[in-house]
Design a protein. Sequence first.
Length: 518
Amino acid sequence: MSVVSITDLRVEIHGKPILNGVSLDIAPGEILALTGESGSGKSMTALAVMGLLPHAAKASGRIDLGGRDLLTTPEGDLCAIRGRDIGMIFQEPMTALNPLQTIGAQVSEVIRLHDPRADATKRAREALDKVGLDLPLSRHPHELSGGQRQRVVIAMAIACRPKLLIADEPTTALDVTTQAQIIELLRDLVRSEGMALMMITHDLAVVADMADRIAVMRAGDVVESAPTAQLFARMQHPYTRQLFEASRHRADLPPYTPAPPLLQVRDVRRSYPLPRAHPFARRGQFTAVDGVSFDIGTGERLGLVGESGCGKSTLTRAILGLDPVQGGQITLDGVPVTDPAARRNMQVVFQDPYSSFNPRHRVARLITEPFHLTGAPTDPQKAIAEALTAVGLHPDDQHKHIHAFSGGQRQRLAIARALIIRPKLIVFDEAVSALDVRVRAQILDLMADLSRAYGLTYLFISHDLSVVRSITDRVLVMQSGKIVEDGPTEQVFDAPSHPYTQRLLAAAPHLPEAPDAA
């Protein structure tokens, strides 16, 4: 018997079809992966199950949970069902948690709402222990790492032992080892508690070893659904095969010819003071970057990987001249990076193409922001047209607002903004981690094309090891503020010498071999 049974679910908003007759069943203890690109209907299916569709949405069909149709259930009853019978794990734990409340108070709140007579504090402690979080209930979200915050969100979702757990991209923002831990935790919880899990993801590699069954969605339709092993062995639908190929995509980088160093990092150190245990205690120091040294040659593509908290972000800020160092030196073409002359020759492409642009301005103004460092060229219109054309967009796109573009197009605009002043070094900070696999493949191909056309030199920071392998010549592996491995990309991935690198590679999700032709 199924925990939840979705039959012919149809949703439209202002007359536009969003879901076109979706039918799915999830049994107790079963993990169903719902995969597809942005706009395929994955999250809208989850919102329909939760009874949280937009007000303008019109839904038909049936969503059966314990013999009750959730589509016809009054809102008051749905409030009782959410949290008690259906738990939800959101993608970004920092926005899902209240920064002003302790983790104990937030987990306890769920229990008090649905079981006022329960010992909420005791149950909250049990829920946090169940997700492997042995921390005081008095901690606040900002005092936890990304993986710890995600465990708190999971504890909130399972606190009332729901029948159905919905996880919406719960590992997208996590490093590979934390991602592996969260996947293993969810798998163990489903098996031990007998819950049904609907796992929403855009990446087949994440659920290849986790899901019992995979349903592939495209434009509001389930185009293919099968047990995981069967689906990977013989994909029936062309779209499923396209997602699979995009997940394995390798960019065709031009060969790198060793050249003199452009960026030189020498024995860089950066520490931060820790809070005092009591007013008279000596203040401790946390060393985020501990004696790091490396070079990036002109035209070289260097990758930087490591877990959250290893020091990547601190090192990046120091390279960009945004964070002072307490020892060592960083120079770009012989000039200290704190010098304005060096900072004019560096640009950044950020992780989130949605929040890295001001929505009030048009593209022409957005991508010319770097001109405040160098001054406007004699022909700014020519510079704008060249930058947009270089990233595969049309010069007329400069007149549009940013909301008129998809996520992949926005990331192309972010690259255009970085390119427009022809910097000597570009830092890509998790630049493709928020993108669908097919869009990600397109951006990686764009980077390879730009490397071929412009001889780009860049530092590529990512927690996705498969992407780093595809788009770099050399890789640095960082652990606890130190570079523990440095070598050519293929050598590091094929024969890692440091135990930490070996652990990272072992934790990374892997796709099965390519399936037979349908």
